[in-house]
Write a protein that binds this ligand. Structure first.
Ligand code: AMP
Ligand code: MG
Length: 429
């Protein structure tokens, strides 16, 4: 058994830089925005407006199109225009046209009065207020101008973006391919969660948690099952990933134990760029690239050896893998937001490594307030429950008092004021 890891300890920044250096943008594919699952995909092209929106001056409200220079005089109502119709008439002085929201403004009219401020009897319109030219008229190109950049490459498609693509008639657009991410659990003690678990065994939570995290990050998760702690079995699994995936995530087998085989295997099959990070939880997190056979013209496999402890594996995924998956897909904003938070309660730093502590952040009295999710052990998956942030706690000996400020990585939406982790109240001390 080795006493000292042969891998130098890199900083978090250095690890993130090494990963970034090895990322090659994935290829692109065309999707049908109206029929395919477009939400979450990242645009691989700039989308411009090619027609003005609206295409003609249009009524912004239901009412009457009229001439503002007729002032408050009564008008004769000569016609009605509804949305979708093209009026072939002219509003002469002293006349008005009944008009519906979205209908084109007839020639001669320069304003629309809302029906609420009018009275109409025997085709005579009485206006209760005077208008200025342009009132309640949507001008040509007001919402989208010709040649305007509507959506930029690198934008992640959500409801508004899909609506905009439909608006400009781009039913088909180019998006980046989603990364195929193979996930492998390792360990003689690791069992399928729905089967029998022998004494001393644990259920495989990592593979399922990581596959869910992969999907949330826009990847296509591919399960490689559980590999026994046998070098041939694990080698075969890594080679299977090389065949099928853009990225490989392994869980476990990266520490100093005699059955920790992943690091030497990655070194045998590819190049290990780092094998230790000054980071808690997840010090043994390893990153390697594996070249593909010369016949396959695709970028090397990105292999992440994640620790076996469930919290370490998910936190390492969040800090190192997720941004990489977003970058591979061309996301212009691959990083989660960093914010400054105020501690609700004192916390203790780790003496030797920066620690990413799980916390619940909410907006209270004009500040972002952070509450710990309780005991921060690497095996205690409950410490992830309800967490929407990772508090970035620098290494040191001095505890941080309530009221102290720290940086945090927002991993979810803000919690309601006073929210705490679902688990802490039920937790025995
Ligand atoms: P290892 O890094 O392989 O020594 O694993 C460290 C610890 O993480 C093991 O003792 C297990 O309790 C736990 N562990 C490893 N793999 C998994 C897994 N797939 N799901 C849940 N826990 C795991
Ligand atoms: Mg193991």
């Amino acid at each position: 058994m080795q006493r000292e890891s042969p891998y130098p300890m890199v900083s978090i920044d250095e690890a993130q830089r090494l990963i970034r250096e090895h990322i090659t943008l994935l290829g692109v594919e065309e999707i049908d925005v109206l029929r395919d699952a477009a939400a979450g995909r990242v645009l691989a092209e700039d989308v411009y407006g090619v027609e003005p929106l609206p295409d003609a001056p249009k009524a912004a409200v239901d009412g009457y199109a009229l001439r503002s220079d007729d002032g408050s005089a009564p008008r004769r109502v000569i016609a009605e225009v509804t949305a979708g119709a093209m009026p072939g008439l002219r509003v002469e002085p002293g006349t008005a046209v009944r008009i519906m929201t979205g209908a084109p403004i007839p020639d001669g009219a320069d304003a629309v009065i809302a029906v609420e401020y009018t009275d109409e009897r025997d085709s005579v319109l009485i206006v209760q207020r005077t208008l200025r030219a342009g009132d309640n008229i949507h001008t040509v190109g007001q919402d989208i101008a010709v040649g305007q950049l509507v959506l930029a490459r690198g934008t992640t498609l959500g409801a508004a973006e899909i609506g905009l693509l439909a608006t400009v008639g781009r039913a088909r657009v180019m998006v980046y391919r989603r990364p195929v991410v193979a996930v492998l659990a390792t360990g003689d003690e690791v069992y399928e969660p729905d089967g029998e678990v022998f004494p001393g065994g644990v259920r495989d939570s990592n593979r399922y948690a990581l596959m869910a995290a992969v999907r949330e990050a826009g990847g296509l998760a591919l399960s490689l099952g559980i590999a026994r702690d046998d070098v041939n079995v694990q080698r075969a699994a890594i080679l299977a990933a090389l065949d099928q995936a853009d990225v490989l995530l392994t869980s476990g087998g990266v520490s100093m134990g005699t059955r920790d085989l992943i690091k030497p295997l990655l070194a045998e099959l590819g190049t290990v760029h780092f094998g230790r990070i000054a980071f808690k939880p997840g010090k043994p997190t390893t990153f390697a690239t594996i070249e593909r056979p010369a016949s396959v013209r695709s970028a090397p496999l990105l292999a992440f050896g994640l620790p076996g402890y469930p919290v370490s594996s998910l936190v390492s995924f969040e800090v190192f893998v997720r941004p990489a998956l977003r970058r591979l897909q061309g996301d212009a904003h691959p990083e989660r937001p960093h914010v400054r938070v105020t501690l609700c309660e004192p916390i203790r730093p780790s003496a030797d490594r920066p620690e990413y502590q799980r916390a619940v952040v909410s907006w209270e009295n004009g500040r972002l307030m952070a509450r710990s999710t309780g005991r921060q052990g690497s095996s205690r998956l409950l410490s992830m429950l309800g967490a929407n942030a990772l508090l970035i706690v620098p290494a040191g000996m001095t505890p941080y008092a309530a009221g102290a400020e720290l940086d945090a990585l927002m991993t979810g939406h803000l919690a309601p004021p006073g929210a705490s982790s679902g688990s802490s109240s039920a937790q025995p001390q």
